[in-house]
Design a binder for this molecule. Sequence first.
Ligand code: NDP
Length: 321
Amino acid sequence: MAETHRTKMLIMGSGPAGLSAAIYGARAGLEPIVVQGLQPGGQLTITTDVENYPGYRDVIQGPWLMEEMQAQAEKVGTRTIFDTIVDVDFSKRPFRLIGDGGDIYEGDTLVIATGAQAKWLGVPGEEELGGKGVSACATCDGFFYRGKKVVVIGGGNTAVEEALYMTNHSDDVTLIHRRDSLRAEKILQDRLLSNPKISVMWNKTVEKFVGGGDPEGLVGVDLVDTQTGEKSHLAADGAFVAIGHAPATEVFKDHLDLIDGGYIAVEPGTPKTEIPGLFACGDVMDHVYRQAVTAAGTGCMAALDAERFLAEEEFALMAAE
Ligand code: NDP
């Protein structure tokens, strides 16, 4: 039977942003409920080696880190519930989320931390070679391609930044773009085009990621020219797909101000949305940094702001009595 769950702090999403908010919220006595969503633990659960989350001198595994974060959040008093939210009501407080089995979640405050997903090309080999040469994050995985030959696919700011970043590790970086001009900002384009370690292949799309070797890993990409249809092959040890991200905000589209292709709009430098008591943190509001550690940081900020919001409200009520 459908149940109603009520809390002072409701959190939607269980990646580093949501669980950090939960840890802070629980320690402040707000008894948070985390509604986990379709991918409990978020993007890190589909990553393998993590080497840039502070506090661990040796490489750790993404899924393990998220298990630890969840256990930590639960230990200090968080309830985690697996459900998929199909509808929301932000018109009045408590804020309401409706689960796909009919359960209702009510929060005096709400922290949205539903994250974003990297967009993928959807071509053969991409999924099979994920973590074995194909990645969507150079900042996360670039280090593993020291001295190797890598390609970056895309023509926006992310692709150009990832190509530039990869020159810290590799002298042989190729940017593959489907048109003959870049979408990225001029200053980034200038840096890219003047970098001797980077070459650009214009008007090319990747048709296939090709695996080989033992253990199997990426050995190259099959390309097709968008102008002539000519096919070619480029050898590569690593490929970074950087064709944009899609924030998980479909369910909010009629309820919240969304900007830049679906990201939740917040007051600059804060996790505050236009609705008092409703906060957004992590990749669902941040299209620039997109790191586990920045998501965790903004999750902490959201919890602190939610706590302050409730305290101020309580103070105002007492003063009015
Ligand atoms: P963008 O949407 O800006 O760029 C995506 C790129 O991928 C485009 O060049 C696009 O090609 C290409 N692309 C999309 N789909 C395909 C496909 N199926 N096959 C081949 N190529 C494809 O995404 P970004 O992630 O680069 O940036 C997102 C937002 O974040 C932007 O507003 C950006 O400015 C911002 N950003 C800002 C940064 C900063 O300020 N430092 C850093 C990173 C991002 P085409 O050009 O032909 O459409």
